[in-house]
Design a protein around this ligand. Structure first.
Ligand code: NAD
Ligand code: ZN
Length: 342
């Protein structure tokens, strides 16, 4: 089969022929149809400090995908050949304290496909049956293939808070931030301010329902106007940029909530007393998707037609054009980038 491989500890990927994976008795083999490309893939491609510390080449990259079940292991009972599926790409142990208390998304033994084991930029992938998620018949593979980052956005937007009637600031309109704008809209937010430095991404945020989509330097004025000087009820921090994190703490109202998905590249200073404690705010750190309440929530929004992520997908490439796909993400101009694999 074809596979996009991180073959050596240097920059780049190699498209090559490799054997179709064998499956264990509790796994399924999935023919990959569509696969999302993500900033993490760019980190692995560039072989930055994070990738060097985490990944052990050679391995097949890619962690966002959807496809058709080709084969099931002897112990698999609830997934059938021909099922249209996507999958949770974080493979957890199921045995630890976190897994056993409903917090598998922070399992310390997590292995991520395309990072810690073979991934989805290939004709086939082997997945534990427990990670497989069935797609409704009317959900295209393209949308199945971006459930992972959409799930990040659902987790960030909806965990621990209702958004109905609430004012929301989304800092950072990369693909996940733009999804979050659409989710906040679908969940009934009364006013959504979205901020980014990139006009193309602000335009996508407007398409997905932002009431105001502004450059960060105009975010404070937009929030003050929308909230009559109070500050927003909820901030969804989707950039990982320190200036945006500080702005989020500043523009959340007293007693509000800041949901943090963006990952700062290095440690940053926070004035805990002023930014958090005396504001009485709640800060929630987002890791991946909750298993599987985030997935259920996402499926219900899609099923109800409340949320359609299609406009966020701006670029589609065959696997052979992997260099173009990475370049599209690096340009910062793309929404979601997807491989059309088969
Ligand atoms: P992205 O890099 O495409 O999006 C970040 C956006 O922030 C960019 O559009 C950028 O222009 C914008 N930005 C830069 N400076 C800004 C500022 N001062 N104010 C507002 N916006 C600003 O990333 P993405 O793929 O959408 O992911 C978003 C973040 O979430 C990244 O930091 C990523 O590493 C992180 N992430 C976290 C998890 C998790 O489980 N916690 C999972 C996936 C991604
Ligand atoms: Zn565990």
């Amino acid at each position: 089969m074809r596979a996009l491989v991180k073959s050596a500890p240097t920059q780049g990927f190699t498209l090559k022929e490799v054997p179709v994976p064998t499956i264990r008795d509790d796994e399924v083999l999935i023919r990959v149809r569509r696969a999302g490309v993500c900033g993490t893939d760019v980190h692995i491609h560039e072989w930055d400090a994070w990738a060097q510390g985490r990944c052990k080449p050679p391995f097949i990259v890619g962690h966002e995908f959807a496809g058709e079940v080709e084969k099931v292991g002897a112990l698999v009972t609830d997934v059938k050949v021909g099922d249209r599926v996507t999958a949770e790409g974080h493979i957890v142990c199921g045995m630890c304290h976190l897994c056993r208390t409903g917090n598998a998304h922070v399992c310390p033994n997590t292995k991520i496909i395309g990072v810690d084991r073979d991934g989805a930029f290939a004709d086939y992938i082997a997945m534990p049956a427990t990670n497989v998620w069935q797609l409704d018949a009317n959900i295209p593979f393209e949308i199945g293939g971006i459930h992972d980052p959409m799930g990040n956005a659902f987790h960030t937007a909806l965990h621990g808070t209702e958004l109905s009637g609430k004012t929301v600031l989304v800092t950072g309109c990369g693909p996940i931030g733009i999804f979050a704008v659409g989710i906040a809209k679908a969940a009934g937010a009364s006013h959504i301010v979205a901020s980014d430095v990139n006009p193309k991404r602000l335009a996508l945020a407007t398409t997905m329902g932002a009431h105001s989509a502004v450059h960060p330097q105009d975010a404070e004025a937009a929030v003050q106007k929308a909230t009559h000087g109070l500050g927003v009820d909820v901030v969804l921090e989707m950039s990982g940029v320190p200036a945006a994190v500080h702005q989020g703490f500043k523009l959340v109202r007293v007693g509000g909530r800041v949901q943090m998905l963006g990952i700062p590249a290095k440690p940053m200073d926070v004035d805990f007393a002023t930014e958090i404690i005396f504001k009485g705010i709640t800060v929630y750190g987002v890791v991946g998707r909750r298993m599987y309440d985030t997935w259920i929530q996402m499926t219900q929004f899609l099923r109800a037609g409340q949320f359609d992520p299609t406009p966020v997908i701006t670029h589609r490439f065959p696997l052979e054009a992997h260099a173009e796909a990475i370049a599209a993400i690096k340009s910062g101009e793309a929404g979601k980038v997807v491989f059309e694999i088969s």
